[in-house]
Design a protein around this ligand. Structure first.
Ligand SMILES: C[S@@+](CC[C@H](N)C(=O)[O-])C[C@H]1O[C@@H](n2cnc3c(N)ncnc32)[C@H](O)[C@@H]1O
Length: 212
């Protein structure tokens, strides 16, 4: 699942420039089970399977080695990923992301091995791989030197607590819908003021909670 995402666009560029190094590990390689099983039935009953602790404990120990690394568990019950949290995480030198499956991961993994559980939003996905890729993409963009122009980060949504203003490109008149005059005026101050107003308008409309 990871190959195409890690070898495209900004993540690919970050890896090529050696600004980030990303490795994918197969949890099954660490299981002591004869059948390479990494899940079992839940104590207390109920539907679905739970991922067993042993492969996680051993994989984390091996991958960490002598390095200091923050261990993150992808989980819908985790702390919600925001741009602010991403900025904090992007400062870490080494991160290990754990992907759950089925009903989730044995709680002892979280208790003993995990520094922080991270949710990418209030909905449930099938496995932790897509959430891990979301986090990798989000963090890679924040590593200095990955994006071409550092400035392209500054105006992005959430950077100043607001959503971003609308963008326009050529043509100035597309099938009768025109680009706002101010953007064609060359008047930098007026453009900047318009963009701020628009950012507030979009945020009020789509995310009133951010305005509060
Ligand atoms: C089907 S989900 C488990 C859902 C769990 N039973 C619950 O209700 O919270 C399987 C795995 O997908 C990942 N996952 C699903 N939704 C996620 C989200 N919103 N954020 C982060 N990880 C998520 C987690 O790694 C989780 O262990």
């Amino acid at each position: 699942m990871f190959e195409p995402i890690l070898n495209e666009s900004i993540i690919k560029r970050g890896r090529e420039k050696k600004k980030v190094a990303i490795r994918v590990h197969d949890l099954r390689a660490y299981t002591k089970d004869r059948h390479r099983k990494v899940d079992d039935r839940p104590f207390g009953g109920g539907p679905g399977m739970v991922m067993t602790p042993q492969p996680f404990f051993d994989a984390i120990k091996k991958i960490k080695g002598d390095r200091k690394a923050k261990v993150l568990l992808m989980s819908p019950s985790g702390k919600r990923l925001t741009q602010k949290l991403a900025r904090d995480l992007a400062k870490q030198k080494n991160l290990i992301l754990l992907c759950g499956h089925y009903e989730g991961v044995d709680e002892r993994v979280r208790q003993k091995c995990v520094d922080e559980s991270i949710s990418i939003g209030d909905y449930v996905l099938t496995g932790g791989e897509i959430p891990a890729m979301v986090l990798i993409d989000c963090l890679t963009r924040l590593v200095p030197g990955v994006l071409g122009k550092e400035a392209s980060l500054e105006d992005e949504s959430f950077e100043d607590g607001l959503l971003e203003y609308p963008h326009y490109t050529r043509p100035a008149n597309f099938r009768g819908t025109k680009v706002p005059d101010v953007l064609l005026s060359g008047h930098h101050l007026a453009i900047s003021k318009w963009r701020k107003e628009q950012a507030r308008r979009v945020t009020r409309r789509n995310r009133p909670d951010l305005i509060k």
